[in-house]
Design a protein around this ligand. Structure first.
Ligand SMILES: [Cu+2]
Length: 328
């Protein structure tokens, strides 16, 4: 089970009887409606052992041993089994004492349509984290942070959604899906130990996998489950011994995923759903990780030749704001 933007190192132990074996892959869709209408073919290759062996029978074709392409609970249970080596050469260092806990809904939402020009009338479809749909700022957050430019972002990204409800239930009220729009970031002190629980929702009957990707950090995936996260019982099942360390991980459809990392890389780090349509609809935010006490634990100054990065809805990407250019 590998998702948009994800990379995975896999160790295969060739411990079967020498012969030929199928390697099979198929597409996966967690959406209830088959929007893409793609061909659900199985892609195959053959792994052949070295050495002398005689084939008594052809390898069995894997078509009927794979889960259905939309079997999202099979995908979730596969993900629950992922383990790292946790050996001397590949050690695991899961943060123990958590100093910052965040519980974040990942959901389809509505935001206001400013001029009623949207096909849904006075609102439009969006995606959000804790019901905040990210708005691209006119100046990038890194530059605004480093150069103290005010009015670009707010430091109030919440640790909890605005209301608690039966996140994965059916027939959820549309009013729960109303999202605010903003450039809201979370500020972390250097070396904080962060636990984030991502909760998938069924808002607007739009539940699907969301591969959450973080820049600047790898994180440990310590728990995955279906349904609503239970903060009493689910943490007891956390894997703190040999969890996989990744920079992208899919929050299961109608389920949750828990991660931990240590904020020891100061800077401004974007994180977002790696389904790019969701990212562009607002399923994004950023961490600002403050400097530590020493030079080695602080951001380096940007080099003098670094051009400013301007992203503005009013201007094409790459066009430089002349006032900022002369300032630099
Ligand atoms: Cu998504």
């Amino acid at each position: 089970m590998i998702e948009s933007g994800q990379t995975m190192d896999v160790l295969v132990t060739a411990n079967q009887s020498p012969g030929r074996y199928y390697l099979a892959a198929q597409e996966f869709s967690s959406e209830d409606i088959d929007f893409t209408n793609f061909v659900h073919e199985v892609a195959t290759a053959i792994i052949q052992y070295k050495g002398n062996f005689s084939l008594t029978s052809p390898p069995s074709y894997p078509n009927d041993t794979l889960p259905l392409y939309h079997d999202y609970s099979a995908a979730a249970s596969f993900k629950q089994q992922l383990r790292s080596l946790a050996s001397e050469e590949h050690p695991v260092d899961v943060p123990g004492n958590v100093t910052t806990r965040m519980f974040i809904t990942v959901s389809a939402n509505h935001v206001a349509c400013p001029d009623d020009s949207c096909y849904l009338g006075d609102y439009k479809v969006a995606e959000a984290l804790n019901n905040i749909s990210w708005e691209d700022p006119s100046v990038d957050v890194l530059q605004a942070y480093c150069r103290n430019i005010s009015g670009v972002y707010t430091m109030d990204f919440p640790d909890l959604p605005p209301v608690m409800y039966n996140f994965t239930g059916d027939d959820l009220s549309t009013s729960l899906a109303e999202a605010a729009q903003g450039t809201s970031v979370k500020v972390l002190n250097y070396n904080e130990t962060v636990e984030m629980v991502f909760q998938g929702t069924n808002l607007l009957d739009q539940s699907e996998y969301h591969p959450m990707h973080m820049h600047g950090y790898g994180f440990y995936v310590i728990g995955v489950g279906l349904g609503n996260f239970d903060n009493e019982t689910d943490p007891q099942m956390y894997n703190l011994v040999d969890p996989s360390k990744v920079n992208t991980f899919g929050v299961p459809k109608r389920g949750w995923a828990a991660i931990r990392f240590r904020a020891n890389n100061p800077g401004v780090w974007y994180w977002h759903c790696h389904i790019n349509r969701h990212m562009s609809w607002g399923m994004s935010t950023a961490f600002i990780v403050k400097n530590g006490d020493m030079e080695e634990t602080s951001m380096r100054p940007s080099p003098s030749y670094l051009p400013p990065c301007i992203t503005s809805k009013d201007k094409p990407y790459g066009e430089i704001d002349q006032t900022l250019k002369s300032d630099i």
